[in-house]
Design a protein around this ligand. Sequence first.
Ligand SMILES: CC(C)(COP(=O)(O)OP(=O)(O)OC[C@H]1O[C@@H](n2cnc3c(N)ncnc32)[C@H](O)[C@@H]1O)[C@@H](O)C(=O)NCCC(=O)NCCS
Ligand SMILES: Nc1ncnc2c1ncn2[C@@H]1O[C@H](COP(=O)(O)OP(=O)(O)OP(=O)(O)O)[C@@H](O)[C@H]1O
Length: 395
Amino acid sequence: MIRLGLSGGIGAGKSTVAKTFIERGGYHIDADKVAREVVEPGTPGLAALAEAFGDEILAADGSLDRPALAAKAFVDDEQRKKLNSITHPLVGARTQELLEAAPADAIVVQDIPLLVEGNMAPFFHLVVIVHADADVRIDRLTTARGMPEGDARARIAAQASDEQRRAVADVWLDNHGSPADLAAAAAALWDERLVPFEQNIRSRTLVRGPLTLVDPDPEWAALGNRIVNRLWAIVGDKASAIDHVGSTAVPGLAAKPTIDVQITVADLDVADGLADTLADGGFPKVAGIEGDEPKADPSTGSVDRGLWGKRFHGSADPGRPVNVHLRAAGSPGGRFAIDFRDWLRADDAARDEYAQIKRAALDSADGDLARYVTAKEPWFDDAYRRIADWKRSRD
Ligand SMILES: CC(C)(COP(=O)(O)OP(=O)(O)OC[C@H]1O[C@@H](n2cnc3c(N)ncnc32)[C@H](O)[C@@H]1O)[C@@H](O)C(=O)NCCC(=O)NCCS
Ligand SMILES: Nc1ncnc2c1ncn2[C@@H]1O[C@H](COP(=O)(O)OP(=O)(O)OP(=O)(O)O)[C@@H](O)[C@H]1O
């Protein structure tokens, strides 16, 4: 199963995208619909709203007078928070029930207007944002849907900014073209990314990034940040730190287009306990890594997990190669990953030197990852000493 968070400002085009996903077999949970369900006549939700906002929000037949509530709720932050504090817990609880009823191989499409406002992004395998500029949205809402312009503006003002949405978007669907253009982009996303992503999670299949070096991408920092937040949502308090490491964490450094993240855990038993949770979250384990399996001393039988031991997970998402390194707190390998990144961030000459070493290693590797890694090793022997010197000079 994967859970997809679909969001966008009012009138951005979420419904158009959701329709395409549903046609292709998505298990749809529509937060607006759930929000209606929990305030139907006779529900505790409706009673709580009437208590908070007065009986004027009830229609003659006892149902919710939606425009009347909207007129009271969207006037200021306090009123809106009052509304949210009543409806959102009810929406959350009902959503949980619907999720529990989803089939094991579902691609769950959670259509949530307030996903960004509710800080929910890390709880999804993927966040898809549909975007159109505010003026375009107002135009569409007032013409196609007949919404008064003032209402449309009041809701836009009560929602997240484009910038906040961009920060959490794994996929950004632009809806300035025709509805057919948007539907085609959504269909391609479904076929090329969501279906294989879901299958990869169930079969514990990894996607590997290409062995190439690409120019530094200013988006890597934000991407690293999203993955770090996602991993926090998956592993919770089992981790003591989660850091974006490796070359993509060093501004200005050419890198393989794969994001490296390190999860620091108390010990590797904790890492082993997280294997399935990480795999279900979209990060299956890579087997056969050096230091991966515990080594027993034949004479004593005691298990030496190796100071440099780690567990290694990758990504099941065809659109996003990731290396996840799980290391024990205080282990040399864990400390080195952070120190190496910080040294390259601080020392431009070292960063450029490393870029050259990588290019040369790539040229000699003939497309073979193991050869690429081995070719870089002699430079690292000296880098350990230089990093130690750099750390001493800093203290
Ligand atoms: C105030 C209500 C009755 C107005 O009903 P109305 O039929 O006019 O709007 P509807 O529910 O169809 O929502 C349309 C759009 O308005 C925006 N919107 C709705 N509620 C909110 C809110 N609390 N804050 C900001 N925007 C909101 C969303 O973009 C949504 O897609 C209704 O929006 C409501 O009950 N809102 C509280 C529940 C909620 O937060 N729903 C959003 C998804 S959880
Ligand atoms: N590309 C487009 N060109 C013209 N009109 C569009 C386009 N995309 C959507 N619309 C129209 O704009 C309005 C808003 O689109 P839609 O209902 O998909 O948005 P939404 O994000 O689901 O809105 P809400 O936040 O209210 O749920 C609809 O009336 C829709 O028909």
